[in-house]
Design a protein around this ligand. Structure first.
Ligand code: THU
Length: 130
């Protein structure tokens, strides 16, 4: 299964009754396994939980903490970039050169790196004074 196939399949299961904007995300982790997630909204917090966060949660729940590649897909006019919170969540588990491919359901795609998405990322090293 490719990341595109996994993200496309899980996007169909998104629960987005408030935004009507379904998003699918798939991660290839260090083991080679693929973890996927969709956005899940709720009436109190209509922005809900992003697809990327869902895929990361599935990866961590399976015992993995290293992201090798990410792909996100949505039905938008241009490839939709992850929100700020998701950029930090991805950066927690991915090296700066890890690829994040943003896709539309029409077939457009844009490949970025984690560093492109979150330059100057706050990391654990910033809390250590030597
Ligand atoms: N959303 C994602 O799941 N991932 C993104 O990268 C952008 C936005 C979701 C959150 C919310 O359910 C809906 O899209 C509209 O913001």
């Amino acid at each position: 299964m490719t990341l595109l196939a996994a993200a496309t399949a899980v996007r169909d299961r998104a629960y987005a009754p408030y935004s009507r904007f379904k998003v699918g995300a798939a991660i290839r982790a260090a083991s080679g396994a693929i973890y996927s997630g969709c956005n899940v909204e709720n009436v109190a917090y209509p922005e809900g939980t992003c697809a990327e966060a869902g895929a990361i949660a599935a990866m961590v729940a399976a015992g993995e903490t290293v992201i090798a590649e990410v792909l996100v897909i949505a039905d938008s006019p241009a490839p939709v970039p992850p929100c700020g919170g998701c950029r930090q969540k991805i950066a927690e588990f991915a090296a700066q050169d890890v690829g994040v491919t943003l896709c539309t359901t029409d077939g457009a795609s844009l490949r970025m790196s984690v560093a492109d998405l979150l330059p100057g990322v706050f990391a654990a090293a910033h809390m250590v004074r030597t």
